[in-house]
Structure formats: C-alpha cells, structure tokens
Write a protein that binds this ligand. Structure first.
Ligand code: TEU
Length: 570
C-alpha cells in the first residue's frame, strides 16, 4: 500500500480554459481567470489540474491545433501567467498537467509551413504527403490516397495545389498529422516536453496518443455509409506506438517520472492494448482514457445517432476494465470531458433529480479502482446546453457533421438537432456557472458560447453554500480516496450484474471491505444482495461511510430515487 504511486489516491480536475473564467472581458476564459479561481479547486480537494491546451493556436479546434508549443496564446494570456498558475497550484499542494497534442500540429505551425513550401523541403517528411492515386489528378473525386473518413467529416486528405500532393489530417484540415516515423520529429517533440517539465509542469495528458503510429502502406478501410471508409484499423494502436512511447519515456521521463502523471487519451483502445500501455514495467504511460463506456449510447450511425444506455452494458464494460487492469496497469475513471456531453443529462436526470442523480453517478464512478477525473462544472452538477438551433453551436466537429449530413442528405434537420443536443461537444463547453449574475460570473463581456440559463439555480456559489450539494458530495468522495486505502487500491467485485436499475459492487483490501450500492433510477428499490454482503444486527449493510441523501440511510436496504450509499463491513 505504501509503495503505490501517489496518483492511485489522487483526483484530477480538468480545466477547459476557454470556458472556465474570463478575466479581461473578451468573453474567452484565460489564465488570469483560472488564477482567480484556484481556491475553488483547493476547496474541492483535487490533487492535479489537467489544463486543456493554452498554447499559441489559430483556435480552429479550440487550441487542439497548435502553432507554437512553447508559447501561450494571447487569448489565454502569457507564459508569465502560466508560471504564476504553476506557483499558485504548487503552493496549494496541487500539480499541473499540460495537454500534449503531438499527433498533429496546426497548419500554421512553422514546421508545417516549411513542410508544405516545396516537395524538396527538409521538413517535407515531417508530415504525411502523398500524390493522388494513380490515374487521377489532384482534387478529382476518389483521388485521395486513402478512403479514410476524418473525425471531423469528409476526407482525411487535403489537396495542396502548390506541390500537387495531399497531406493527411485525421482531424481538421488545419490539423496536419505529424510523421512519427521520422526520428527528427520525435526528438523535436521530446525536447519540447523536457522544456515544459523544466518549467515546472507535472506531467502530460497526451491527446490521441494511440493514433501516432500509422500503417505506412496506408491501406483503405472498410467502406462506411457513403463514400468514405473507416481507416481506424490502420492508425489505432499502430505498429510502432509502444516503441515510440518507450522511447519518449527514456528521452523525457526517465529519472523524474515518480513525481509526474502521464495519461494517454486513446480512442478505440482495446483492453489488451491498455494493459501494454499502462504496465509499469514497460515504462509507457501511467494510465489511459478508454472510450468503451462513452460509446454505449451511440447508435449504429455513430455519436450523433443517440440511443439509451442499458445499465447492464455499463456494468459489463466497467467490470471488464476493472478486472482487466487489476493485476497489471491502472484505470482512469471519467464521465465527462470537453468532448463528452454532461453526465447528469446523459445518464442521470437533469430535471427533477438533477442533484440526486449527479451525486449518484459521482459516487458510482469515484468508488471504482482507478484515478477519477472531474471535468469543470461536473462538481456543480452542470447540465447539457439544451440548444435548439444550429446557430447556437460553435464546435467544429458538430458544424462539419451538419454540413456533411446536409450535403449528402443523410439526416433531417430535426435528427441533426437531436444528435447535437445529445452528443455535441458544446454541451460540455458552455461557461462554468460561478454565480447567479447575468453571465454566471464567467465574463463581464459577451461569452463566446452561451451560458446555460439554469445558472440562476446551478452555480458554484450556491453549491458551496449548501452542505448537501453536488460540490460537497464530490469533496467528500475525493477526501475518502485520500483517507481510505480500500478506495484507492481495494479489489473490485461486481454484484447484481443483470440488474437494470441498481449498480452494486464491493471493494476489499487486507480484510477491510466497502459496499457501494447505487440506485440508477428515479424509482425507489429494495435491494437484496443475498449472500454477497451479510446483513448486520439491524438488518442493514453496516455503518454508512458516505450517503447521497442528507439523512443517511433512512431504510436499511431500500434505496430512494438515485440514492447512493457506501457502507463498511461492520
Ligand atoms: O479527441 C479525440 C477523439 O477521439 C474524440 O473524443 C474527438 O473529440 C471526437 O469527439 C470524436 O468524435 C481529442 C481531443 O480531446 C479533442 O478535443 C480534439 O478535437 C481531438 O483530439 C483532436 O486534437
């Protein structure tokens, strides 16, 4: 237990700077804004802040398109502001983890500007340049080197008239993919990472890090509906990705890794691959974000084709990951981030039982084995945006999806609006609701994305003032992980795997055990755990460690709507 890494007891808080706090009235959050709110983070008790990109960027994808890795974008502030934030967090015992976006750069990064300048450029090979298919001309339909569909709609290949070739971009055309096959690219990335560690940052969240190694023969993928194909099999967990991460570890982290946190964002990762990425003996990353549980409510048409979650599917997924990383490796635990809808709207009830369901879902997540991640506003029970018009959206993924679907006639406007309302990324990006004033205390200007009108009820000021709030419930969950080794390290056993309403499990370590029972519904329920957990003399489950209702466990084995409880073996 004493030997376990510090991050087994830690909770990470994600800040999406554009939407966190504006300090200068331009309607865009910034570093000085974050500085003014560090005491909110300290009060919550989180150990680590993961800061989404603040680097210099044309903001085509809100900073995930970087034109200078070693500077701060003027819209967010200056390097001096970032240094001040590092100090302010360190003073309060928190660490700062930076976002590392190195699958691609901006097309305005000097590396790419040089690379596209001529076919003979010394940096030509830093990106993926390919001629049109044989017998076709640049820009012809079907001339793209592969049929791959971009994450942001359309082809992954952009024609470049100046040199008559295409370049690869898995995301937007302003996010050309770096060619990790080239050792100069890798060394340039490692040097930049060392520069940040020397500046005082405490690790990295590595954007789509499992997509950096492509099959260099660039085969087509199976054809999707329409003209494009699914190329993911040729770039997900690719042939050299583990080699690259081990090299990165040697070049960047060796000797200083114990104090740091590294987490790979790995869309499409399998459990077997996750074991390889996170096995400490292999020295790749501490943990990865897997995507299975956030795909369970995607229909056959993908993320914009929503369908309801079945609780038994969630249990099967989480249960498999808990078991699969029990002996080797480590889980990250998350519901929300800047790409996902708000969990209280998605899997909870953001109407009548907003508070109860937010607390229930938080309890469920934080009591699993792994490192929990809280996304800004999740600790307040913030909800989806509930936009009803296309012109309310700003996110490139959503806007490009709408444009493509309209051009191809694959969805009606009504279907598109329903898809965006359920899974559009702007749901997570509305400004943080600090108080009940007109722009929720986020800005004195015009916010870049509309503030949710429910900020008059749902806001940090109200949450902090109320001991039974979603905020204080998160604070207690975070503290419990600090205090109780069973929460951090205990074995996980799923109970009632076939139950569509109640999510229950135990955690145990060295003869100590906790029982977690969560009613994932708005109807009361009796829960019979049979032999899995013996009843105490009062017919209950033992002393209550943490409950989501203010009056504790009102009835021994009956859960009220969205009630969540943690009991200790008596
Ligand atoms: O996301 C990668 C990713 O696979 C998705 O979650 C993506 O956001 C999209 O929604 C797929 O439908 C990372 C970042 O988190 C995201 O914000 C960036 O847009 C993307 O990489 C490109 O850097």
């Amino acid at each position: 237990v004493e030997d376990a890494p510090w991050w087994t007891r830690a909770t990470v808080y994600q800040i999406y700077p554009r939407s966190f706090q504006d300090s200068d009235g331009d309607g865009i959050g910034d570093l000085r804004g974050i500085l003014s709110r560090v005491d909110h983070l300290a009060a919550l008790g989180v150990d680590v802040v993961w800061l989404s990109p603040v680097y210099r960027s044309p903001q085509d994808d809100n900073g995930y398109d970087i034109s200078d890795y070693q500077d701060v974008d003027p819209s967010f502030g200056t390097l001096a502001d970032l240094d001040a934030l590092i100090v302010a967090l360190h003073e309060r015992g928190m660490r700062l983890v930076m976002d590392l976006v190195v699958n691609h750069t901006s097309d305005e990064h000097p590396w790419f500007v040089e690379s596209r300048s001529s076919a003979g450029s010394p940096k030509r090979d830093w990106y993926w340049w390919r001629p049109p298919r044989e017998g076709t001309a640049l820009g012809d339909p079907g001339a793209e080197p592969t049929n791959w569909h971009s994450f942001f709609s359309g082809s992954t290949w952009e024609p470049d008239a100046a040199t008559g070739e295409y370049y690869l971009h898995l995301f937007s055309r302003k996010q050309p993919d770096l060619n990790w096959e080239n050792p100069e690219v890798r060394q340039a990335v490692y040097a930049m990472m060392r520069w940040w560690l020397d500046r005082g940052v405490d690790g990295f969240r590595m954007d789509v890090i499992n997509l950096i190694s492509k099959d260099t023969t660039l085969p087509d993928g199976p054809v999707l509906a329409g003209v494009w194909g699914d190329g993911s099999g040729h770039y997900t967990d690719g042939p050299r990705v583990h080699e690259y991460l081990q090299e990165m570890h040697r070049e960047v982290f060796a000797g200083r890794d114990a104090a740091l946190l590294t987490v790979g964002e790995t869309p499409g990762v399998t459990l077997d691959e996750a074991v390889l990425y996170t096995d400490p003996a292999r020295r790749e990353v501490d943990m990865v974000f897997q995507f299975e549980h956030v795909g369970l409510d995607h229909g056959p048409g993908g993320k914009f084709d929503p369908r309801p979650l079945r609780l038994t599917d969630l249990k099967a997924t989480f249960g498999r990951w808990q078991a699969g990383l029990a002996e080797v490796g480590w889980n990250s635990l998350y519901w929300d981030n800047h790409d996902q809808p708000r969990v209280v709207s998605r899997f909870g009830d953001d109407g009548r039982y907003r508070r109860e369901s937010a607390k229930a879902l938080a309890t469920l997540l934080h009591l699993h084995r792994g490192t929990p991640y809280v996304y800004q506003g999740e600790e307040l029970g913030m909800t989806n945006a509930h936009f009803t018009r296309f012109d309310q959206y700003r996110d490139i993924e959503s806007l490009r999806h709408v444009a493509q679907a309209r051009a191809l006639g694959t969805a009606t406007d009504e279907q598109l609006l329903a898809g965006l309302a359920a899974h559009g990324r702007d749901n997570a990006r509305t400004p943080v609701q600090w108080d009940a004033t007109p722009h929720a205390g986020f800005t004195t200007g015009t916010p870049w994305l509309a503030v949710n009108p429910n900020h008059v009820e749902v806001n940090a000021e109200a949450e902090r003032a109320d001991p039974d709030s979603v905020f204080h419930h998160h604070r207690r969950l975070i503290a419990l992980r600090h205090e109780d080794p069973v929460v951090a390290l205990g074995d996980f056993t799923m109970l009632l795997p076939q139950d569509e309403q109640v999510y229950a499990f135990t955690r145990s370590l060295d003869g100590e055990a906790l029982l977690v029972v969560v009613n994932v519904s708005g109807e009361a329920r009796d829960v019979d755990l049979a032999d899995a957990w013996a009843l105490d003399g009062d017919g209950g489950w033992g002393p209550l460690v943490l409950g989501s209702y203010p009056d504790g466990a009102a009835s021994p084995t009956t859960l009220r709507p969205w009630e969540a409880r943690v009991h200790r073996r008596g």
